[in-house]
Design a protein around this ligand. Structure first.
Ligand code: GSH
Length: 233
C-alpha cells in the first residue's frame, strides 16, 4: 500500500496544499491502493516540501510530478487517448496551474494580514505561543520576499486578479464543451487545475480571488465534478 504524506485537510479542502490534493487525485486515478498520513512538518522530506509518498518498501518519492512519473512506471496513463497536440496543451495547463495560479493562491493567503492570523493558528499551533509570532513572522517574510523576487508579489490584489483572469478564462473555454479539460474523463491536467481552483476557493476570509473563483458556477461545478469522479475522501 502506498502512503501519501500530506498536509491535513484545511478550509474544507483535502489538504492545505493543492500539490497534495493533486497527488491524491493521481493516486486515486492510478488505481493503486493508498492511504493518507497527515503531517504539518515538511522539513524531513527531500525538498522540504509536501507531498511525498512512502512505498511498501519504505522508499520515499517526493514532489507531485515525481509521484506522477512513479505511478506511470507502475502502469497508470494520465493522458489516455490524447493526441500529441492535446498532450502538449495538457502540459501547458499543468504548468499554468502549478507555476502561475499557485503563486496567486500563496499571495492571497500569506499577503493578507487577516488570513495570516488564521494561518498562524491553523498551521502552526504546535509552536509554543510565545515563539509562534517570531517563527511565523520570519517564515512569512521569507515567503513574501520570494514572491517579490518572482514579481507577482509586487502587484496589488486588484492587479493580481486581473492577471489571473486570463488563466480562469482559458480553463472556462476548455470546459465550455467538455466535462474535463481533455474530454469525458479526468487526467493529469485536471489533477493540477482542479486542485488549484479548489485551493483558491478555500479561503477563511473572502478575498477578491476567493470571491471571483468561488462564485464562478462553471469552475465550481468542475471542481465538484472532479471531487465526485475521483473520490479522494
Ligand atoms: N513542485 C512541488 C511543489 C510542492 C509545494 O510547493 N509544497 C508546498 C505546499 S503548497 C510546501 O510543502 N511548502 C512547505 C515549505 O516550503 O516550507 C510539487 O509538485 O510537489
Amino acid at each position: 500500500m502506498i502512503t501519501l504524506i500530506t498536509f491535513p485537510e484545511t478550509f474544507g479542502e483535502f489538504a492545505a496544499s493543492p500539490f497534495c490534493t493533486k497527488a491524491a487525485y493521481l493516486l486515486q486515478m492510478s488505481g493503486q491502493p493508498w492511504k493518507r498520513e497527515d503531517t504539518l512538518d515538511p522539513r524531513p522530506f527531500k525538498y522540504g516540501k509536501l507531498p511525498a509518498i512512502r512505498l511498501a518498501s519504505g522508499d520515499l518519492i517526493c514532489d507531485s510530478e515525481n509521484i506522477r512519473v512513479h505511478l506511470e512506471a507502475l502502469g497508470a496513463d494520465f493522458f489516455k487517448g490524447l493526441s500529441a497536440d492535446d498532450r502538449a496543451c495538457a502540459r501547458a495547463f499543468t504548468v499554468m496551474a502549478e507555476e502561475h495560479m499557485y503563486f496567486h493562491q500563496v499571495l492571497d493567503r500569506w499577503a493578507n494580514d487577516e488570513i495570516f492570523k488564521i494561518l498562524q493558528i491553523e498551521f502552526f499551533s504546535m509552536i509554543p505561543t510565545l515563539l509562534r509570532g517570531f517563527v511565523t513572522g520570519k517564515l512569512r517574510k521569507s515567503l513574501l520576499h520570494g514572491m517579490n523576487a518572482q514579481g507577482l508579489g509586487r502587484f496589488t490584489p486588484e492587479e493580481r486578479l486581473a492577471r489571473l483572469e486570463g488563466d480562469l478564462q482559458a480553463i472556462s473555454a476548455r470546459l465550455s464543451t467538455r466535462p474535463f479539460l481533455f474530454g469525458n474523463t479526468p487526467g493529469a491536467a485536471d489533477a493540477s487545475v482542479a486542485a488549484m481552483l479548489g485551493g483558491m476557493r478555500a479561503s477563511p476570509v473572502e478575498t477578491l480571488q476567493s470571491k471571483r473563483v468561488g462564485s464562478d458556477t462553471a469552475l465550481m461545478d468542475y471542481v465538484n465534478r472532479m471531487e465526485t469522479t475521483v473520490a479522494i475522501r
